[in-house]
Design a protein around this ligand. Sequence first.
Ligand code: PEP
Ligand code: MG
Length: 608
Amino acid sequence: MSLFKNLFAKPLSAQLTVTSSNGFHLRPVAQFTALAKSFSCQITATFKDKTVDTKSVNTLLSLSLERGDTFTLVTKGKQADLALEELQTLFNTLMQHDRQTQQIEKISRHYEGTVAEGEIISEGIAIAPTYSYQKKELQHKSTMNFKEALYQSVTELETLSTVQKEENNAGIYLAQKELLASLAEKSHTLSTLEQCVKEESEKLLGTKLASKRSDYQDILQRVKKHMGMEVQVIFPDTPFILLCNDLLPSDIEILAQTDVAGVILKETSIHSHTAILLRAAGICSMIADTTTLPQNETVVLDTHAGVMVQHPSKDDLERAAQQQKQDLTQKARSTQKRFEPALSRQGKQTHVFANVSDTASAKTAKEEGAEGIGLLRSEFLFTSVKPSFDTQQQAFKEIFTLFDDVTVRTLDVGGDKALSYIQIPQENNPFLGVRGVRLFQTHPELLEEQLHAIFSAAGAKPVKIMFPMVSTVEEFIEAKSFARDVAKKYALDISHLRFGIMIEVPSVLFLLEAFNEVVDFYSIGTNDLTQYLFAIERTHPSLKADELSPVVFSAIRAIIEKATKPVSICGELAAHKNAIPTLVDLGINTLSVSPKSIAQTKEAIRHV
Ligand code: PEP
Ligand code: MG
């Protein structure tokens, strides 16, 4: 009966728009495909008259979806409604988290030698002889046949994608695993896989995804390795600057264990997986045409300035070495001093807290030297299924025990943030619709359960509770009184807890006198505040508000002048090296930043 019902069920559909400036590229596609495959129903994507199966990375990638493109997702059959809902939620999360790799601004530095410019992958200075990449094919005896090698490679990539701590790195291995799985469907022998890899990589030539060709080579190499055809990469045992067309993502791990001083690649992009891994390994690297560079000649690679210098003069070498020393000292100092307070030159302390989303990121924040949690984004604690009260309480407890000072934000869903278990009716302008604190009106039962979990996890700890997207004083008063009622219902004492708001909506700037009477603290969310000041959606495909605009700083200044309660900043601006001096000068005393930015934010404060 149910088979019959599924067979004739109407297809369900949704329109999805690519908002990431990177497009719908390999990593998010792989995550999307992995989820699609967990459903047995038919799931297709249609764009410009082309319809493809979403359960294969290759076919979905072939739509070449760029920022601004809208495609139709159609599900039909068993659990079609659930599949559509979960895929939509995942897609929104992927788009929101897929930050574009920013082009690194070049500083200008004068060199007397022959200077050639390039595009910066990862900043640093290298002074060493050049070395051209060499590979040697080794033939081992292997007991594995093609099928076994395929299985082994998929398992290996699966393990790599779960053990890698860095989110980006994990995504790379998952992407390669999905890519291999989709090629494996069409390949039954090594030579058909080789043919497939050749054809697919050729299709990418000249497209925005050209740099993904190395992922195809990489997975082929992995399968061959298990069949006994290992490729050995040879590196010198003294410092060197590696010159090559491109590297395979898996080469970086080997390279990181050598004496490599720098890398210059000819054919990759700053968004490629190779580039991501080079940055993660902290290897000074750049994209440039190295055709004219001779082998084994000392050059200067200065990726702060985005240049390589051939025939460097004595002065060039001295200046570069001095800069290199300074970089090393600064890095070592910021890492070494990450647990120390950040005092400006005049001795004024600015506290550096962390923005976290779960226990793992809270633990990382602790290791990185955070003084507390300035923003716990509770909406990212449980993204796929609605957590029970006990699960929530346990998670909050674990995070609260890590720091003395913790600010937890109540569910901030709506706009660009979606959760599969929270339904918000279709809106024309979701960023101006049911968001943040407005969920108290639409989903009181969820907020009640969350607040109950927070209160009981806090126990006697003076945890701070923050409401997002507050635009009027009444909203805050109502949310706080709702919280009090929850505490009363469960007979919990919350007199030691503090209640505050995110400043993300410009109306708050005009209501600060009244807010001062009722809130315990403020935290400025510059991401949303900037979007609402300029009326430019933060995920807009082509428009971008200037995060460093004087308007943003004037707003912050006005808040500091009028607020009589503590003010911190938890938007991205708090970690921006060009903003920190102004923020410190304005008198902000707490910056809350991502765990990875803590040491460098503290160091930047020390230079103000
Ligand atoms: C902000 O808007 O600046 C902020 C920190 O909140 P989120 O980025 O989570 O919306
Ligand atoms: Mg916000």
